[in-house]
Design a protein around this ligand. Structure first.
Ligand SMILES: O=C(CO)COP(=O)(O)O
Ligand SMILES: O=C[C@H](O)COP(=O)(O)O
Ligand SMILES: [Zn+2]
Ligand SMILES: [Zn+2]
Length: 358
């Protein structure tokens, strides 16, 4: 019995996403969520999943989606971020089945000021639903963690009705992820808000579970975006156990771990931290900074080692008349980045226990 006995290959619906997360939680593994910015990075993520024989989450941030559409486009009304998110989704949809793996197609953090981006994606989901009886994406994230708890939950509830109507899964954030995301600078936030309280997590669960079971919670446990030298913010994945216990008691102990939890800021985390998080019901871990660095590594190494083949179109150490086309063709050097990116994703799969899961 494996994941493909539960959900199909290709892009999953919200219901299928929940079934996948339920299976992952029961079997104590989690799925990496990789931020992609192009068809090249998306393909590398799918390739890693195929090689690891595992499901994958492919996601776009607001800035990543704008990049997908093209940095030359205006984005004053989020038009590039909307078009890029749709383009990324259609690309992944078109090729996912060929890789033979289940894919959760997701959008990353959306703060209050970026809601027009969310609205645009949701309109695309609703249009796609009319034609195909399923939404374009599997899932979206709302991140109202900068607002009051009341407003955060109220906005999530409002949107969750609309998401549920077209079978979408929702990820929400309560407590703040430190570091930076989409121009929201959380480097100086108060330390307490980096660690969410069990009562607050349960309040979210209570409000959202009345609408649909298809949601997850990114509760903060000292998470930080980016990789920095060790500082005073410490990751405490052991705190997540309290959220599960508190929620379990509230639902009269019918389920041991009622919550689907999400781990933001996966880059730079230790294997032990990841293991503890997964044991406490984390089903999704976001990795961006480490995969950005991994994509660079293959390209950088290629450019350095082939330096003398990349200065002129004709002429290299093998002869003044030798053509260099097979070195400067982007399919050669970008491919090197795809290989190192794919390798880093497979490392995340191993850390999360997401290997040989099909
Ligand atoms: O949480 C993330 C995306 O939402 C990724 O964080 P890192 O860049 O620290 O891996
Ligand atoms: O939110 C964190 C993700 O790493 C997205 O980052 P980004 O906004 O630079 O694309
Ligand atoms: Zn946030
Ligand atoms: Zn994040």
């Amino acid at each position: 019995m494996g994941v493909l006995d539960i959900v199909p290959a290709g892009v999953l619906t919200g219901d299928e996403t929940r079934k996948l997360f339920e299976y992952a939680k029961q079997n104590k593994f989690a799925i990496p969520a990789i931020n992609v910015t192009s068809s090249s990075t998306a393909n590398a993520a799918l390739e890693a999943a195929r090689d690891a024989k595992s499901p994958i989450i492919v996601q776009v941030s607001q800035g990543g989606a704008a990049y997908f559409a093209g940095k030359g486009l205006a984005n004053d009304k989020q038009q590039a971020s909307i078009a890029g998110a749709v383009a990324a989704a259609l690309h992944v949809r078109t090729v996912a089945k060929a890789y033979g793996v289940p894919v959760v197609l997701h959008s990353d953090h959306c703060a209050k000021k970026l809601l027009p981006w969310f609205d645009g994606m949701l309109e695309a989901d609703e249009a796609y639903f009319k034609e195909h009886q399923r939404a374009l994406f599997s899932s979206h994230m709302l991140d109202l963690s900068e607002e009051s708890k009341e407003e955060n939950i109220a906005i999530c509830v409002k949107y969750f009705h609309r998401l549920a109507a077209v079978g979408l899964f929702l990820e929400m954030e309560i407590g703040i992820t430190g570091g930076e995301e989409d121009g929201v600078d959380n480097t100086g936030v108060d330390n307490a808000s980096l660690y969410t309280q069990p009562e607050d997590v349960y309040e979210v669960h209570e409000a959202l579970s009345k609408i649909s079971p298809n949601f997850s919670i990114a509760a903060a446990f000292g998470n930080v975006h980016g990789v920095y030298k060790p500082g005073n913010v410490k990751l405490h994945p052991e705190l997540l156990e309290q959220h599960q216990k508190y929620a379990s008691e509230k639902v009269a102990g019918q389920i041991e771990k009622p919550l689907f939890l999400v781990f933001h800021g996966g880059s730079g985390s230790t294997k032990d931290e990841i293991k503890t998080a997964v044991n406490n019901g984390v089903v999704k871990m976001n990795v961006d900074t480490d995969t950005q660095f991994a994509y660079l590594a293959g390209i950088r190494n290629f450019i350095e080692s082939k330096k003398d083949y990349l200065q002129t179109q004709v002429g290299n150490p093998e002869g003044a008349d030798k053509p260099n086309k097979k070195y400067y063709d982007p399919r050669v050097w970008v491919r090197e980045g795809e290989k190192t990116l794919s390798a880093r994703i497979k490392e995340a799969d191993a850390d999360l226990g997401n290997v040989d899961r099909l």
